[in-house]
Design a binder for this molecule. Structure first.
Ligand SMILES: [Zn+2]
Length: 439
């Protein structure tokens, strides 16, 4: 077993100043350390109350030429290069402070951001990293000819084909993304633009800070830039840089192989969205993170040693948590194969409320058994008070059944407050009373 990778933040603050691409004004950027599970957030120091914007795909606003995120009316533009550097260099948690609406563009590559991250240094934190493991191929396609496929892989790897107009400058590059490969092979690759495109933008005054200082300009077969190409295939490497930055908006480290053909921000963002959706779906199915292994919970077999109930009436799949002496959490995965769905109702399967009450009673019984430490007596369900059904439960739902012992009178009577939760919402609740009888 390898030790789990832990989250990292910056060892100290560090920053630099430069020019903003769109306004041409001076902007200062400062990276600050942040606590566990904070993720990457941008902070607008130039605005009142210094609002922050979470670098999350939900906050994506536009993908035209660069990636813009925002919350409310606050925006941050051109975030992909700094996000790429933070993600690839292994920074999980940080605040990116800026006194403008976009980071300094630098030389159009991720090099200045790598430099500032290295000046700040990294420090490990006391929480495991969050990964998104690709289990089956995911693919997105756009009308512009971009195609991205994400395949399962133990590591994060990108293979990319880039092609310019009339397939000029067709390049291919493939690499695993690690801090070392990123710094050496990807970070120095600069933004490139087609002369036809920038001329129109310059006419519209949309890129005041743009020049051959911070981008490679391609005009026909010619390459105009301040310094010669840094790699023969610099363009495809920059495409990979952008993919890393856009996928960082997923908020988890991806273990998978991205195969990209003529990618762009729009297609990258669409892939990030698909991954975020998949992650949401998985989280809904995951048992709580506090789920105790071994002694802590009970598997189906152990539950069946305690409860006399059997198919089709066993309403608990597992006990996932005991909290102290008087709290318990059980799980029931509701399948379309439940016999009651045949008649409740054909064409519109809804779990009967009484079955939810039964599920609460069974979970509470397991708790009573644990307290009594004997199976010679059996708890009988006597009454239910204040039972409410707040939301319907459908096939495919995972019910978390919580019970808390509120009263125990001698060895004869006990009361438990119970509620059932699906997707973080309470679907039913009630207070149940039990009595004990010899088997
Ligand atoms: Zn870029």
């Amino acid at each position: 077993m390898t030790t789990p990778e832990v989250q990292q933040t910056l060892a100290k603050a560090a920053g630099f100043s430069g020019t903003s691409l769109h306004t041409g004004e001076k902007v200062s950027l400062k990276l600050q350390p942040a606590p566990v599970d904070h993720g990457i957030k941008f902070k607008r120091k130039d605005l009142q109350d210094e609002p922050t914007i979470d670098a999350k795909i939900d906050n994506l606003k536009t993908v035209e030429r660069a990636t813009t995120i925002g919350e409310g009316s606050v925006r941050v533009h051109t975030v992909e290069h700094i996000l790429s550097a933070l993600s690839a260099m292994g920074v999980d948690n940080a605040i990116v402070e800026m006194d403008a609406n976009e980071p300094p563009i630098g030389d159009g590559s991720a090099q200045p951001y790598v430099d500032v991250i290295k000046r700040a240094g990294l420090t490990p934190q006391e929480a495991p990293r969050k990964f998104l493991d690709v289990r089956e191929p995911v693919h997105v396609e756009s009308k512009t000819g971009a195609l991205l496929v994400l395949l399962p892989d133990e590591n994060f790897r990108i293979s990319c084909t880039q092609a310019g107009p009339n397939n000029r400058f067709t390049q291919f590059f493939s690499t695993e993304i690690t801090p070392a490969t990123f710094e050496r092979e990807i970070a120095p690759a600069r933004t490139f633009v087609y002369y036809e495109d920038v001329r129109a933008l310059m006419d519209k005054n949309l890129i005041k800070g743009g020049s051959i200082e911070n981008a490679v300009v391609v005009r026909g077969d010619a390459v105009l830039s301040k310094e010669p190409l840094r790699f023969e295939d610099e363009f495809v490497r920059h495409k990979i840089l952008d993919i890393i930055g856009d996928l960082a908006l997923v908020g988890r480290r991806i273990r998978g192989h991205v195969v990209a053909i003529k990618p762009g921000h729009a297609a990258n963002a669409e892939l990030a969205r698909a991954l975020a959706r998949e992650q949401t779906r998985r989280s809904a199915l995951e048992v709580p993170r506090a789920m105790p292994r071994g002694d802590g919970g009970l598997n189906t077999d152990e539950v069946m040693q305690i409860l006399p109930h059997r198919y089709p009436f066993l309403m608990v799949d597992r006990i996932v948590d005991f909290e102290g002496e008087n709290k318990i959490t059980g799980v029931k995965l509701v399948s379309i194969n439940e016999p009651f769905f045949q008649g409740h109702f054909p064409g519109h399967p809804v779990m009967p409320g009484v079955m939810l009450v039964e599920a609460m009673a069974q979970v509470a019984s397991v708790l009573l058994f644990k307290l009594a430490k004997t199976s010679s007596r059996i708890g009988y369900f006597m009454s239910a008070d204040g039972v409410k059904f707040r939301k319907p439960v459908f096939p495919g739902d995972t019910i978390f059944i919580h019970a808390e012992l509120t009263k125990a009178r001698g060895n004869r009577l006990a009361k438990a407050k119970c509620h059932c939760v699906v997707n973080d919402a309470v679907v039913s609740e009630g207070e149940l009373m039990f009595t004990f009888l010899e088997r």
